[in-house]
Design a protein around this ligand. Sequence first.
Ligand code: FE2
Length: 265
Amino acid sequence: MLIAQLSDPHVRPHGALYQGVVDSNAMFAAAIGQVNGLDPKPDLVLLSGDLVDKGEGDEYAMLRRLLAALEVPCLVIPGNHDDRDAFRRAFADHAYLPASGPFNYVVTDRGAVRIVALDVTLPDLHHGAVDEAGARWLDAALAAEPERPTIVMMHQPPFESGVPYLDAYLCRDGSRLAEIVSRHRCVERIVCGHVHRFMQLRFGGTMLCTAPSTTTAIALRLRPDAKPASYVEPPAMLLHHWRPEVGLLTHFMPIGTFPGPYPFA
Ligand SMILES: [Fe+2]
């Protein structure tokens, strides 16, 4: 099973630039084009939040126009830049999404890997949290199929990155999440968005990685007094490849066209 992960496209209304700097819509279209061009084509695309920038209806309309070109089914979660109600309206045709409340769901019918989405966003706030209800839901969801290889998807990552302006808006109560995940060995990976960078670490006895954004990157600055900034680094995506004999292998893949192919010997 091959699963592409695109994150944080921050789609804007037609003609508007993201942060006044880049055409995030064109960048997301390029990401979609790259997914469509993969051979073999992925079975599934995960969109890990901040699908639009300001949660506005015309942004969601543009998002759906862009997603119409995607030739692979996708699963979506909101991020802190999404608006819960507008998001729900925009994806009313996505039957796996719950009709109310947080966007927690389990999808089991797309291949060998089960996708468990945990909505850690808090309306109108940029940080996230694993509350007790979410934790109980996750525990029960994971217990339903204890042997099933599983990806847990959430938006804000539950760890301190060392980048101060990111850590102000992380997912709080990470220890609550770690305790649950550590009891469910089926969790092959926790995947997040939000930080607009690739990071990986051990968490709750499993592996956790964050996806880069399809648009700008948040600056990698590790001094405690660092000032927030972003850069137009090469956008990228992740490709999670499940093979039973290997496990879940994650590729980091820049988005764009690059010189080559050249002979390799
Ligand atoms: Fe974002």
